[in-house]
Design a binder for this molecule. Structure first.
Ligand SMILES: [Zn+2]
Length: 300
């Protein structure tokens, strides 16, 4: 139990002292209190990155100590069958891990903040779909989603669950994890994917591609405008679980700063924009976001 857990007070009144059973140290407690002061009474746009999902067991490839990674580009995927084979094996296993993961306290806190009229929605860099599963309604998935796959020829969209069944029917060996040696960062080693049957479009036979933005690809312009719109119609920005190495995050932060909105960053470890934040909280999102949900007054 932290010694300073009485330090919180609800912003709308001095009488109700809220005690939260968290392990925050004094510095984090002060930062949370400063964030609550900056955010109270405001409608908040939220931007999330991989850090919100690490407590759901989904690794953050950009986090501290993560191995150097060379993700596949869309060009490699489109031009090489062996690259596609490797990609699909890894993507199938990745999707299985995502499907088995559950939203954590951070995802649930954001859904609750939206329900109470405080959060206007979530812009996320994650493709794991956990915000949607936690109950968030307005979710802008900047980098797409693993839930959908589309045909690059006829545009037909497929549900990932149906496709996963086809992949496993065509490649029964993939159900046995020991059959698929993984690299240190979860990537599939090339020699293990020989013989993999790549799924194609059941309508036209065309090439399928997951509905995710590949490394080196641009975020669709309409999607970014949707994210900008969310920031534009809000009075504050919270950035949670992102070290802001992705430029789209920095661009959204600058949109908020240009309008002189308070910007609160919640992230374990340094981000590219700590110096530009109104408040930086160096702590985990599944601890801090529930504290926000507990301490911010409802706006409906
Ligand atoms: Zn097709």
């Amino acid at each position: 139990m932290p010694e300073n857990r009485e330090a919180y007070t609800r912003p709308e009144g001095g009488c109700a002292v809220t005690t939260i059973a968290t392990g925050f140290d004094a510095k984090t407690t002060d930062a949370v209190a400063a964030a609550i002061a900056a955010l109270s009474g405001r409608r908040i746009a939220v931007l999330t990155g991989a850090g919100v999902s690490t407590d759901s067991g989904i690794p953050d490839y950009r986090g501290e100590g993560a191995p150097v990674r060379t993700p596949m580009t869309a060009d490699q995927f489109l031009s090489s069958e062996s690259a596609r084979r490797r990609y699909w094996v890894g993507s199938h296993l990745g999707w299985k891990a995502f499907a088995a993961a559950a939203p954590n306290a951070g995802h649930r806190a954001l859904a609750g903040l939206e329900e109470r009229g405080i959060a206007t929605g979530v812009v996320t860099q994650n493709v794991d779909g956990l915000h949607v599963r936690a109950g968030s309604r307005r979710v802008v998935e900047l980098h797409g989603t693993m839930r959908r796959v589309f045909c690059t020829h006829c545009g037909q969209v497929f549900d990932r669950r149906d496709l996963a069944r086809r992949v496993e029917d065509d490649n029964p060996w993939i159900r046995v994890p020991e059959n698929v040696p993984l690299g240190p960062d979860g990537d599939v080693l090339p020699e293990s994917t020989d013989g993999f049957v790549i799924p194609d479009c059941s309508v036209c036979g065309g090439m399928l591609k997951p509905d995710v933005v590949f490394f080196g690809e641009f975020i669709p312009a309409a999607k970014f405008r949707e994210a900008e719109q969310l920031v534009h119609t809000s009075d504050a920005l919270v950035i949670a679980g992102s070290s802001l190495v992705v430029n789209s995050g920095i661009r959204l932060l600058e949109r908020a700063r240009r309008r002189r909105l308070p910007v609160v960053i919640v992230n374990r470890g340094a981000t590219r924009a700590d110096a530009r934040a109104t408040v930086k909280i160096d702590a985990g999102t599944s601890d801090v976001l529930p504290a926000f949900a507990d301490l911010l007054p409802s706006l409906r």
